[in-house]
Design a protein around this ligand. Sequence first.
Ligand code: NAP
Length: 244
Amino acid sequence: MKSKVVLITGASRGIGRNIASTLARKGYIIVANYNKSEKQAEDLKQELKEENINIDIYKADVQKRNEVREMVSYVLNKYGKIDVLINNAGISESKMFLDETDEDWNNIINTNLYSAFCTTQEVLPNMIHNKNGCIINISSIWGIVGASCETIYSISKAGIDAMTKSLAKELGPSNIRVNSIAPGIIDTEMNSNLGTEELNQIIEEIPLERIGKTLDVSKCVNWLIEDDYTTGQIISINGGWIIT
Ligand code: NAP
């Protein structure tokens, strides 16, 4: 059987990068998108090449429709299909609500939410034609419970979750499953602003007594790809920190 083709946005660093290497090692065909971190993306490709695994890396700003369209065309021209789309690219914030600007709104909403809308629209015709697809949106627990000083971020992630639920209903008859993974705190550069004391306080609140690793998210992604009957779900990987 021909391997599944997986497109991952924001795969140069953090969670997306670990998803790319984990799935590549399992034999999936990987196209790893990046935007600013070219060196990290090249390093990822090289790291896997040393294990005799080839992946594609592709530069595109997922806020921009034309760049997303060219990226999707590249994948379809090369592999003829996209089986799995992982909308992972994202940025965070730390600001009081009254200090937020229109520029912050546009930047966060476009990177975290519009990107998923736009990339999914570009990929879907091929999935619908094949009557097969798996879309995984990386949202956040803050989209479920809200975060102080991260209002726009929380809005963007709640939006992603609403998109997941709506599309699961619309696309189920086309055999396309759509799910969100809503992580708690995962050890990536996104949390580099947290000091040791702050991290220890958070860990005290987590029943599994640690913050998450990128691999914790990748394992869930892998399970969702292999599953057949889960759709429209928001799966929170958070060590029991938030139980809704
Ligand atoms: P990260 O380490 O900061 O990595 C972010 C990734 O997104 C990078 O690869 C970056 O690529 C990419 N990206 C940002 N803007 C982009 C754009 N315009 N076009 C294409 N790629 C873009 O963050 P992370 O922690 O891995 O976060 C990944 C996802 O998980 C995000 O959606 C985040 O909201 C979500 N999440 C993270 C946590 C956490 O605790 N870490 C918790 C919940 C949810 P370049 O550097 O190449 O531009």
